[in-house]
Ligand binder design. Sequence first.
Ligand SMILES: Nc1ncnc2c1ncn2[C@@H]1O[C@H](COP(=O)(O)OP(=O)(O)OP(=O)(O)O)[C@@H](O)[C@H]1O
Ligand SMILES: [Mg+2]
Length: 172
Amino acid sequence: MSQLIDDVMDFARGRLGSGIAVSIEPIDDIDERLRAVVDELKTANASREVVTEFSLSARVHCDAARIQQLLANLLGNALTHGADNQAVVVRTVAEGTEAVISVSNGGEPIPSHMLLKVFEPYWRPPSSSPGGGLGLGLYICKQIVEAHGGTVEVCSSASEGTCFTARLPLLR
Ligand SMILES: Nc1ncnc2c1ncn2[C@@H]1O[C@H](COP(=O)(O)OP(=O)(O)OP(=O)(O)O)[C@@H](O)[C@H]1O
Ligand SMILES: [Mg+2]
């Protein structure tokens, strides 16, 4: 319940034009902080395989709590909406001047005409059953990434599965 209220508050802040507030600091152990998020979600989903490939050893100027929230949303989605008999893969890497965080899962792909819609607030596919989430998670991810001057994108196909990739400038 508290998470739902936090999501709605983040949505309201985003909508009021001020965007999600971030407090940027130089962070030297972002991989460790992201690993803590993975460990927490693994504990809550003990039967699921989550593979991690962490190699973001660079310093990242970011709001670490917000980046943890970003990963929690993306990984939570992969576990909820992906196939439960396929591993979820979380990768972090520094590429040039960017930190790249990606989460991929198998399962039914998101139809191509819905790929942009998934980032809209309160959007869930017409086929989704009632009683799930609010459809705010990816909107909040986009707000967090944009507040850091970064981007988030999704690729989805039957052969490759679904992959969300966030790119954040290392320096801010
Ligand atoms: N990793 C994924 N694999 C397949 N479909 C996904 C994935 N992530 C999101 N989706 C689709 O996009 C929709 C919107 O995702 P979003 O995170 O915004 O909302 P939600 O997960 O339904 O609810 P909330 O995050 O608010 O609890 C989901 O309902 C789902 O249909
Ligand atoms: Mg979600």
